[in-house]
Design a protein around this ligand. Structure first.
Ligand SMILES: [Zn+2]
Length: 389
């Protein structure tokens, strides 16, 4: 049987042709990758979600009984709806040394380079293996990576390094903030607005709690804790969605809002959320319940990503710097799946082709020069794993 051999650009064209917008299935792409790996005798494991419409893929190239290097990427992409694209977002278009399509930079570029190097990886034996770890639903809050990282973290031999290939322009990122998302539903008691004092206004109580959350955010911004490696150098608290009320002459009985905490690694985000919840329970709910005992606040955690922070003197950081040809590291404020792998005790860094500035936008692109840089990275990695256990 002739085996599929694709350049990184051809592989990228293939990967972006699958519309893996997070709300849709990613199985077509995953099965294609599985078949491709099969051609080279590499068996893969799929870890499905509850709906069986989405799956993570894990595969090992090389000796599974040695600690290896995980190449981690998410297969889903953000929607194109409502964005003005100059060409079909699911067809790779080349112009002026740039490659345009949804997912080129975030982050099928990295996956394409990794997969296009498979023939090279299997040509001569590796002393330490390479793990492919491709997830689903990263863009919905890193949903798939949890089961994938757990699966890898529980293997008899734990990998020695995980490289998350999110777009960093091939810079080595050694830490990012965490995210903790909280959904709040305020249950009130409705009435005609002329009788407002006898009702429980859910919108107003929600607003009081949002104002309190804002005061917490201000306090943290002024007093810290601070970590100057991040911009902004402190934990942020923010309310991004708020919904409530139907008419001005009705006291609303329901209001919902969503709050997010983005924490620096030294801060526990749940402590901040607990402070906000306690304010609701102690200062607001008693007044609501005096009028209607059934009224009150309801909280639900919706998504979260652990922060991560790897010490700059960790030998794995040196390794990634030498592979990428860079000489300094950075921390970023956007979250990735790195926190989830690091949480499994696997030393993790973020390093991938393309710029985060192009992610999630219409006419998303990756510069061909970035793919070449990433190819060089992979070539050096394969060399390294061939010679060193
Ligand atoms: Zn991404």
């Amino acid at each position: 049987m002739t085996k599929t051999v694709l350049s990184s650009q051809e592989m990228l064209a293939k990967l972006v042709s699958f519309d893996t917008t997070s709300v849709k299935t990613n199985l077509e792409l995953i099965h294609w990758v599985q078949d491709y790996l099969d051609e080279y005798g590499i068996k893969s494991t799929l870890i499905h979600d509850e709906t069986k419409n989405k799956a993570n893929l894990h595969a090992i190239v090389g000796p599974a009984d040695k600690p290896g290097v995980v190449l981690s990427g998410h297969t889903d992409v953000v929607p194109v709806e409502g964005q003005a694209w100059d060409s079909d977002p699911f067809k790779l278009r080349e112009q002026n040394e740039m490659l345009y399509a949804r997912g080129t930079c975030d982050m099928k570029g990295f996956i394409a380079v990794a997969l296009s190097k498979l023939p090279e990886m299997v040509k001569k034996p590796l002393k330490s293996p390479i793990h492919f770890a491709f997830s689903y639903d990263e863009e919905l809050g890193c949903l798939g990576a949890h089961s994938l990282a757990e699966f890898i973290g529980k293997m008899p031999v734990k990998p020695k390094l995980c490289v998350v290939g999110e777009p960093t322009s091939m810079k080595t990122i050694t830490g990012h903030k965490g995210i903790c998302d909280l959904e709040c539903t305020v249950h009130g008691k409705e009435s005609h607005s002329s009788l407002a004092p006898y009702a429980v206004n859910a919108v107003e109580y929600a607003a009081e709690l949002v104002a309190y959350a804002k005061s917490v955010a201000r306090r943290i911004g002024n007093e810290g804790p601070f970590n100057k490696q991040f911009d902004p150098p402190f934990t942020t608290v923010h309310v991004g969605i708020m919904k409530g009320g139907t008419a001005l002459n009705i006291v609303p009985n329901r209001c919902e809002f969503s709050l997010e905490v983005r924490n620096i690694p030294e801060v526990d985000p749940e402590q901040i959320i607990e402070e906000i919840r306690q304010y609701a329970f102690k200062n607001l709910e008693p007044r609501m319940k005096d009028i209607d005992p059934k009224s009150g606040f309801e909280f639900k955690y919706t998504a979260g990503v652990h922060s991560f922070d790897i010490a700059n003197d960790n030998p794995m950081v040196d390794l990634v710097l030498s592979l990428s040809g860079a000489n300094s590291t950075e921390k970023v404020s956007f979250a990735t799946e790195a926190g989830i792998f690091a949480h499994q005790g696997i030393p993790t860094v973020v390093c991938g082709p393309g710029s985060i500035a192009q992610a999630h936008k219409p006419n998303e692109f990756i510069a061909k020069e970035q793919l070449v840089k990433c190819e060089n990275f992979m070539d050096r990695l394969v060399d390294k794993l061939r010679t060193a256990a």
